[in-house]
Every structure is written in structure tokens, then in C-alpha cells.
Design a protein around this ligand. Structure first.
Ligand code: GDD
Ligand code: MG
Length: 356
């Protein structure tokens, strides 16, 4: 158990890479394994005994409080601090300072799932008497992330956000432990990037920034490909979340109707009240509430928005279908197609295949 530690979750981003789904809901509120993504993060905190959680909100700020309220249903105490103009990741952390109670502060990017032992992370931060501890992970291509080299003792030597020529495969996993006083040094009243400004400044001041390199589960859910893969990991129990009661090959939520001849696989979720017709195949996908997938349709590695319809025999692969979009029969959508909400596509109107 952890005492005297607050958690801050940054959830104020626009989620542009997940449009059009993030036009109607902030990224951390999109459903994964039947609950908003943020529920998984909060449940992990609760399991570690960290119960005072502050959400730094901006874009669609009200949606979070409407859903989570005071947090008591999840066994935590939630506070909301709203940025009327987005203050960036560093400005967002500084903005919640008045709500903090302890001298150790865990900060999370609101779209990352990090399979780290939070109790051990905080203990190591204290043992080392670090000013900031950064949770790091290794990836094949670090260019889309914060690149974080360390020395032999694990001390961070630089923080290079979105560097086109990475010097290491160690990246910022979007989870930090701050000594409270460091947060008070972040400037107020203007946007600040924790990655591009605060961490380089803290390093330049000679403060002790420790890099805790992790081998366990890690994923940023911020792109369609990662969102579907991460959701499937949650459904199958590969991604660690106390909010997933019974992992399995697929998850069919209350009130959904799936024809017995349909095949669900690869960690697919079928949302509440959704309908899947005869011989349809839904693999590694997230089907939101009230969507309809007609007979013989094939949906792979895709997100089907709330109330959207996929017509008979239509193939949707690696694509995002907006809420209430109406796709006719015998269409082919592949390789990153995005259909905007409420759009109607006539039968056979689009046949895209990367094989052509
Ligand atoms: N409150 C607030 N205000 N939150 C914000 C703001 C803001 O102005 N801007 C972004 N956020 C939140 C987002 O909602 C998200 O949860 C988190 O900050 C990170 O923003 P992303 O837009 O998802 O950043 P990224 O994925 O490009 O890069 C970040 O995450 C990588 C790991 O996934 C950086 O922290 C990288 O260094 C890191 O490697
Ligand atoms: Mg992200």
C-alpha cells in the first residue's frame, strides 16, 4: 500500500489521432473492454492503495465528472481541475497543484496503460531520494515518443521528445513520480510541455531524475491501431486491469445479440445492444454500443462507432467507422479508412483493396 501519494491523470488532450471517435468523447472515455479506458487506470491505482486522484481536464471536461462523479463507485476520491484553455502537459500538472495533499505525486498520461508495480515504483523513488522518477519502456521505433537516455546508475541524462534520430530505444512510458516541490517550479499562466520544457529544465538544474526501465506491459492507446490492439489485450487479460473480471477471446456486453453462426475472435468487444448477424466475422475489433453488423460482414482490427451499421458482406479492415455511419452492402474499406459520423455509403460504393 502507498500512503501520502496523490495521483494526477492528464486527460485534457484533443485525441486528434482517434478522430472521428474523439469528436463525441474524449480519448480516455472511449470504451475499452466494456468501460471507459480511464476506468482501467483508476482501478490499477485503487488496487495499489492510491485513492486520491486528480483529473486534469480541458477538452470536453464535463464528460469525466458526469461519468465518474466523486469516484466512490470505484472506491476512490476523484477531483477535477479544469483548464479553460489547454495548458499542455506541464501546465496541466502545475494547474492541479492546489489539489495535492502529499509530498509525492504520481502523474499519468491518460491514454497509457503501464503494467508496473506502482507500490514498488513509489518505493524506489523514495529509496533513491529522487526529485523525479520517470517510468521508461523499450520500443522498436522511439520516434513517436519521448526518448530518454540514462547512465549506468539509471540517472536520466537527457529528455528528447519526438526525436527523429533517437539515441536509445528507451522511451517515456507516460508515468512519472514527482517530488511535490518540483511541480511548484513549473511556470503558471501559460501552456507548458512537461516533455519539451519541464524535464529539460529540471535536468539542467542538476536535479536527480531517475529512469525506472520496465519490461512489463505498456501501450499508448492514442492511435486506432493501438486502440484496437490494446482493447483486445484487455479483453484477453494480456493487459493488466482489475476492471476486467473474466478475460476471454471476446466480450459480449449486456443486451447485444450475436447470431450463433457469427465468429468473434482476437479479443473483440461487442457493445451493449449491438447486433451481429449470421456468419459475420468480427476479429480483434471494438464494436461500440448499438452498432449493427449484418450477415456475412467481416470486421477486422477496426473500431465501429456507436449506432453505426455495417451492411451485408461488407469488409472493414484496419479502419475507423464513426458513430451512426451507415455502410451499405458489399463495400470494402481497408488500411486506415475513416468514415465520419452520420455518413451514408451506398451498396458497393467503395471497393478498396491493397491487393489491386
Ligand atoms: N490536462 C491536459 N492539458 N492534458 C493534456 C494536454 C493539455 O493541454 N495535452 C495533452 N494532454 C494529455 C492527453 O490527454 C494525454 O492523456 C496525455 O496528456 C499525453 O498526450 P498525447 O497527445 O497522448 O501525447 P503523445 O502520446 O504524443 O506523447 C506522450 O506520451 C508518450 C507515451 O505514450 C509524451 O509524454 C511522450 O514523451 C511519451 O513517450
Ligand atoms: Mg498518447
Amino acid at each position: 500500500m502507498v500512503t501520502g501519494t496523490d495521483a494526477v491523470i492528464l486527460v485534457g488532450g484533443l485525441g486528434t489521432r482517434l478522430r472521428p471517435l474523439t469528436l463525441s468523447a474524449p480519448k480516455p472515455m472511449l470504451p475499452t473492454a466494456g468501460v471507459p479506458f480511464l476506468t482501467h487506470v483508476i482501478s490499477r491505482l485503487r488496487a495499489a492503495g492510491i485513492t486520491h486522484i486528480v483529473l486534469g481536464t480541458s477538452f470536453q471536461a464535463e464528460v469525466f465528472e458526469e461519468h465518474f462523479g466523486d469516484g466512490s463507485e470505484l472506491g476512490v476520491e476523484l477531483e477535477y481541475v479544469v483548464e479553460t484553455e489547454p495548458l499542455g502537459t506541464g501546465g496541466g500538472i502545475r494547474n492541479v497543484a492546489d489539489a495535492l495533499r502529499g509530498d509525492t505525486v504520481l502523474v499519468f498520461n491518460g491514454d497509457n496503460l503501464v503494467g508496473v508495480d506502482l507500490v514498488e515504483l513509489v518505493a524506489e523513488h523514495k529509496r533513491r531520494n529522487a526529485d523525479v522518477t520517470l517510468c521508461l519502456t523499450r520500443v522498436d521505433d522511439p520516434r513517436a515518443f519521448g526518448c530518454v537516455p540514462t547512465d549506468d546508475e539509471g540517472r536520466v541524462t537527457a529528455f528528447l521528445e519526438k526525436d527523429p534520430n533517437p539515441v536509445t530505444d528507451q522511451i517515456n512510458a507516460g508515468l512519472y513520480v514527482f517530488r511535490r516541490e518540483i511541480i511548484d517550479t513549473i511556470p503558471t499562466g501559460r501552456p507548458v510541455s512537461v516533455e519539451r520544457e519541464t524535464f529539460p529544465d529540471v535536468l539542467a538544474s542538476g536535479a536527480y531524475v531517475y529512469g525506472h526501465v520496465r519490461e512489463g506491459y505498456w501501450r499508448d492507446f492514442g492511435t486506432p491501431a493501438d486502440f484496437v490492439a490494446g482493447s483486445a489485450d484487455l479483453v484477453r487479460g494480456i493487459a493488466p486491469s482489475p476492471a476486467v473480471a473474466a478475460p476471454g477471446e471476446s466480450l459480449v456486453l449486456d443486451g447485444a445479440e450475436v447470431d450463433p453462426s457469427a465468429r468473434l475472435s482476437g479479443g473483440t468487444t461487442i457493445g451493449r445492444g449491438a447486433i451481429v448477424g449470421a456468419d459475420a466475422v468480427v476479429d480483434g475489433s471494438v464494436v461500440f454500443d448499438g452498432a449493427r453488423i449484418a450477415a456475412g460482414a467481416v470486421v477486422r482490427r477496426s473500431i465501429v462507432g456507436a449506432g453505426a451499421s455495417i451492411g451485408e458482406g461488407t469488409v472493414v479492415e484496419d479502419s475507423v467507422i464513426g458513430d451512426r455511419a451507415d455502410l451499405g452492402a458489399r463495400l470494402e474499406l481497408r488500411s486506415g479508412a475513416r468514415v465520419w459520423p452520420d455518413v451514408t455509403l451506398a451498396d458497393g460504393a467503395i471497393r478498396f483493396s491493397s491487393d489491386l
